[in-house]
Design a protein. Structure first.
Length: 63
């Protein structure tokens, strides 16, 4: 039962990360965010995604 929970969490994390990255690319054109902050936001999102992927990915691989 726990095996199904972890991949679902990874899918949700991937969808949220993709949405945030797309928003960080679109929002500067509407004036809601500065262009200079976009690379920083994308790097932070990718770093958090990498941590979450490792945290849940190891549990699913070992079980």
């Amino acid at each position: 039962m726990d095996n199904k929970k972890h991949p679902k969490n990874l899918i949700i994390v991937r969808l949220v990360a993709t949405t945030f990255i797309l928003l960080s690319l679109i929002l500067p054109y509407f004036g809601l965010m500065e262009h200079s902050t976009t690379p920083i936001v994308i790097l932070v999102i990718l770093f958090v995604f990498y941590i979450m992927e490792n945290k849940y990915g190891e549990k699913t691989a070992s079980e």
